[in-house]
Design a protein around this ligand. Sequence first.
Ligand code: HMG
Ligand code: MG
Length: 321
Amino acid sequence: MLWITEVAPRDGLQNEPRPVPTDVKVSFVNALSRTGVQEVEVSSFVSPRWVPQLADAEEVFTRIERVPGVVYSALVPNMKGLERALRAGVDKIAVFTAASETFNRKNTNASIAESIARFRDVVARAREAGLPVRGYISTAFYCPFEGKILPRQVLPVVEQLLDVGVDEVDLADTIGRAVPRDIRALLQDVLRILPPERVALHVHDTYGTGVANVLAAYEEFGITRFDSSAGGLGGCPFAPGASGNVATEDIVYALRMSGAPLSVSLNALKEAVDIIRPHLDRPIPSRLWGVLQTRSDLDEVIARDLTAGAHTEGPSGDRPA
Ligand code: HMG
Ligand code: MG
């Protein structure tokens, strides 16, 4: 089964300058919970001075209607964030560091080593509380300040995150520069130390290669955990040039038509985006957005085409041992 983490309420909103009312965020999360995704990254328990848009994380968590089976997660940078997250009743936390020192400093005011040292207690305490932990590695392919990041710079960070006890490692293309060749180069190395079910991929779609990167990871390496954002919203305030995450509707279409076991509804995603759209001062960037305006039967069309003989086998190709 594929695992889609819907990051629009967190990554999608954190960079929006106009405050989105809490009511709207709650309705947005509720609508996303009904699309069929496995996880919704609801907000961040970071410093409200650093990310004012997400200062209402507690209130959003308290007011959402939780759909059984859906995991509601949040970003946590330090112990203060973890305490807030535990009080708010999160199901899972994500700690975050980077493979580039310059980016990590700008994003968290800490070196990579300092941020990982901070996580040791945070992860231990979260695990004591029974929460799974994700460890993000930003700028795992390119950094807006340092340029190309090589797999040999990423691997030690993977190892250190495993050492502090994260359950899954999320490799992030923060500024959306990676192409399938970059994805292959890093996955070949990472999968030597970690099975594919413990690796997630978080791609932004700045240069239009997001869907290709997801398909390469799924078909060639058996990666099944992907982050994406309804509408293709997203960006990091501390990463100049980063645009939205790859759109959930874009990867759902591509993965379903490739035979992936996934039942996320494209029409339910459109309904969710319709809730947030009036509160954003920019057009919805996803590829499928235009299609979803003109046809409401896309879920049925996909099901029919698959029944009629589109691919049903699942991933293929050589995978590393
Ligand atoms: P700092 O300023 O070095 O921290 O920030 P500090 O410990 O000196 O605290 C400064 C103030 O913040 C204090 O308040 C703290 O109490 C408060 P004051 O005493 O001055 O009033 N504070 C907090 N308040 C609430 N919750 C907290 C918290 N922590 C401190 N958890 C810090 C260090 C890490 C806190 C800060 O840099 C920060 O919050 N950074 C977060 C930045 C962020 O959210 N970036 C975007 C998310 S990452 C991302 O988008 C990438 C990703 O999508 C993957 C990818 O695409 O690459 C995940
Ligand atoms: Mg991101």
